[in-house]
Ligand binder design. Structure first.
Ligand code: DSN
Length: 413
């Protein structure tokens, strides 16, 4: 065998440290989750060895009989899961999925309406530093100043004013339910196409905890590794009339060889998400976020929009400590074994590198089996750590408590 006989001890030691980190600290990043051992086994399977440009039955390389079976199964499973007419499971990521949809549906310079990054949108929803903002004329809609909810009256007015070719619904840092029906009404009124970026909430949709945008939209994109709990990757669902254009935009339009090991793992994740137990999971994710929000509010934190309907909370730190930045909070919590990310709050006076807020999500801790009681404990640990944000001894003591909490819920014991 041409492979090395000796194990890569240096790399194994790094892997062990990451394994220990995931098992002994709290993962509260809203876009992360713990994939099942089956998903990880397929991600590390022999499908990684295969080149398969093209689609099942139409490949540019030989030897794709079983890759075709795998990709077909992934496509069939996800179509049934969401009731979609067409699926493309090849996007390497959510960003690739979104850019492929734009390439399929738009010409360079076309006008698109998308949620502002500052108000919870995504880089690929037209940020000027992203290709989406450079290639297309994105106009941003936002949240109401009064209750920090999607301002659908303003979306309708803006749509009438600019006649976009495409409206993009969906968010990465918005704690409320997004109803696809009013977006469809607005799109129909102005003759626009409608895309829903469901990256964050795909698992909540699959688990019946949030409304399914597929019947309302021309295209739905999502990532498979957030609330969906699958391997890292993207997916596009569409109406049949856009199938050929979308497939062409993914390959050869923007990607080369598909990651067939990830596609095999996506198939496994779609089966897991169709199981009745995933409905319980999705509803517990939402219940846990609500419980965590209530407990954090009790410690003096302001929740953007007053609470949550989904898997995440956007926390304005200023009512807790006017001088505490999101950056400092993230760093202090990291030391205490509580992993989350700083996040701008709507109309944040601080820069996106500093921020006045943090984003907290419950997908990972819910996979670990934590429930409302543990959310109260987590809120208490967060509040204590942020009160002692510059006291390393106190933060290290809190980390020991975090380790003890996690020892009852290790994801990969
Ligand atoms: N990085 C993802 C998130 O954290 O929401 C978005 O791409």
């Amino acid at each position: 065998m041409a492979w090395l006989d000796e194990p890569d001890d240096e790399m194994l030691a790094i892997l062990q440290r990451e394994y220990d980190r995931q098992n002994t600290t709290l993962q509260l990043i809203a876009s992360e989750n713990f994939a099942s051992p089956a998903v990880m086994a397929f991600t590390g399977s022999v499908f990684t060895n295969k080149y398969s440009e093209g689609y099942p039955g139409k490949r540019y390389y030989g030897g794709n009989r079983f890759v075709d079976e795998s990709e077909d199964l992934a496509r069939d499973r996800v179509k049934v899961l969401f009731g979609a007419e067409h699926a493309n499971v090849q996007p390497h990521s959510g960003a690739n999925a979104n850019m492929s949809v734009y390439q399929a549906l738009l010409d360079v310079g076309d006008t698109v309406l998308g949620l502002s990054l500052d108000h919870g949108g995504h880089l690929t929803h037209g940020s000027p530093v992203n290709a989406s903002g450079k290639l297309y004329e994105f106009v941003a809609y936002g949240l109401t100043a009064s209750d920090e909810r999607l301002d659908m009256d303003a979306v309708a007015e803006q749509a009438r004013a600019i006649s976009p070719k495409l409206i993009v619904a969906g968010a990465t840092a918005y704690p409320r339910r997004i109803d696809p029906a009013p977006f469809r009404e607005i799109a129909d009124e102005v003759g626009a196409l409608l895309m829903f970026d469901a990256a964050h909430i795909a698992g909540l949709i699959a688990g019946g905890a949030h409304p399914n945008p597929v019947p309302f939209c021309d295209v739905v994109t999502f990532t498979t590794h957030k609330t969906m709990r699958g391997p890292r990757g993207g997916c596009i669902l569409s109406r049949a009339e856009y199938a050929a254009a979308i497939d062409k935009a993914v390959f050869p339009g923007s990607q080369g060889g598909p990651l067939e090991h990830a596609i095999a793992a996506k198939a496994v994740a779609f089966r897991e998400a169709a199981d009745p137990s995933f409905r319980e999971y999705a509803s517990q994710v939402v219940a846990n976020a609500a419980a965590l929000g209530d407990a954090l509010a009790g410690h003096g934190f302001r929740l953007v929009s007053g609470g949550t309907d989904n898997h995440l909370l956007l926390v304005d730190l200023r009512t807790f400590d006017a001088d505490l930045t999101g950056k400092q909070a993230q760093e202090s919590l990291d030391r205490a074994g509580i992993t989350l990310n700083r996040n701008s709050i709507p109309d944040d006076p601080r820069s996106p590198f500093v921020t006045s807020g943090i984003r907290i999500g419950t997908p990972s801790v819910t996979t670990q089996g934590m429930k409302e009681a543990q959310m109260v404990t987590i809120a208490d640990l967060v509040a204590r750590a942020l009160r002692a944000f510059d006291d390393d001894t106190a933060l290290d003591a809190i980390r020991a408590e975090v380790n003890s909490l996690c020892s009852g819920f290790t994801p990969y014991s």
